[in-house]
Design a protein around this ligand. Structure first.
Ligand code: SF4
Length: 375
């Protein structure tokens, strides 16, 4: 049985009313519970009542849990876009095959140039990102790319098309440490409305990817939904279910969760149900209180002041100085970016802001540091 089979048995739209009917006493129960929190508790933490009456308390608890588990260190990573080629039709993404623009697949020399530029920025934690093109940027391409990037990375992550268990195991041998595969939305019918063609239209194949990653024993798996795409109440409760499922079935696998908000991109798709700053703050607190060990990742989709504000609350990994165009570190401005970066500060500026708030930016290795006492 996979997580797909688990989700097939429920109607995730029922989570909307579950969240809407949570009362103060439900929130209090979730905040004081000593045993593992369930989906009801998570629904309480993302409810309107929790935001109105308990947000300050949630921020304090979440910050404290994060310091206790992760100290004041924050892992720094940088995305490296290796191609903007994509055969999928995602209506919310600039790289969709429906948008006409110059497509590039970086060759090994260009990738090496990017890696040199990335190392110069101080980064050793590299996240390889690509569109999804089996033909020109499939497993054979990745098998050539990884050994090149590995020379420059002490921690190597990927966010590319879903692969098979055997392919993940093969890439692990080449140095792959972590893979993120976001479901975008867990709502099956809505998923088919925003993924109009290409392999990504296969909801089941995508949803079962974290299962395959767990079986391949990849060290860390990133999951999450694209906030603003479908109803956040349904997608976040489904994400919480996914966390519980992964903990149950793949206990060796570390988990990270991202909460990207939909950003403007070529194609002009607008968020269906936008998530406000206050709501996102609440979501981060809710995830941390729900699972103390989660890595929580924040990209440059968010603006500078908001990133500085929410970093202490629960974030364990961030990017800074990011480019979302292939070749964008060595040769900025030559290709289309996937989405518009919203925090365009330099790495030094971001690190200064972190240090000012008492945090240490860790560039060398993303291995999770655990602390037994509050620091
Ligand atoms: S979201 Fe990913 S798969 Fe979809 S069009 Fe964009 S790059 Fe391709």
């Amino acid at each position: 049985m996979s997580f797909y089979d688990v989700l097939e048995k429920i109607n995730i739209d029922s989570f909307k009313s579950l969240v809407d009917t949570r009362e103060d006493r439900d929130v209090e129960r979730a905040l004081t519970k000593k045993s593992t929190l369930g989906i009801d508790d998570f629904a309480s933490l993302i409810s309107e009542n929790a935001r109105r009456h308990y947000l300050r308390e949630m921020v304090a608890i979440s910050s404290q849990l994060t310091r206790k588990r992760f100290g004041r260190c924050v892992n720094m990573y940088l995305p490296l876009y290796i191609t903007n080629l994509c055969s999928n039709k995602c209506v919310y993404c600039g790289f969709s095959v429906m948008n006409k623009f110059k497509r590039v697949v970086l060759d090994l020399e260009q990738i090496e140039e990017e890696c040199v530029a990335i190392n110069k920025m101080g980064y050793k934690n590299i996240l390889l990102v690509s569109g999804e093109s089996e033909r020109k940027a499939g497993i054979d391409y990745f098998k050539k790319v990884l050994p090149v990037v590995k020379k420059y990375a002490s921690y190597l992550q990927m966010e590319v098309q879903p692969l098979s268990t055997e392919e993940y195991a093969m890439l692990k041998e080449l140095g792959l440490d972590a893979v993120s595969v976001y479901q975008e939305t867990y709502h099956k019918d809505f998923y088919s409305k925003v993924h109009l063609g290409g392999k990504k239209a296969d909801y089941k194949w995508r949803l079962e990817t974290p299962d395959r990653l767990g079986k391949a024993e990849i060290d860390k798996v990133g999951i999450g939904a694209l906030l603003g795409l479908y109803d956040w109440r349904a997608d976040l409760c489904a994400t919480a279910m996914h966390i519980l499922y992964m903990r149950d079935h793949y206990w060796k696998t570390q988990l990270s969760v991202s909460f990207p908000r939909l950003r403007p991109a070529a194609g002009g798709f607008e968020p269906t149900i936008p998530v406000s700053d206050a709501k996102l703050l609440q979501i981060i607190c809710a995830l941390r209180i729900f699972d103390n060990e989660l890595d929580l990742t924040l990209s440059t989709r968010e603006n500078a002041s908001f990133r500085d504000l929410i970093l202490p609350v629960g974030i364990t990994a961030i990017s800074a100085g990011s480019s979302t165009e292939p070749g964008g570190y060595a040769h900025k401005g030559e290709n289309l970016e996937q989405w518009t970066v919203n925090d365009d500060r330099s790495v030094d500026e971001v690190v200064s802001a972190m240090e000012h708030n008492g945090f240490e930016a860790v560039f060398q290795n993303a291995s999770t540091t655990y602390f037994s006492t509050t620091t």
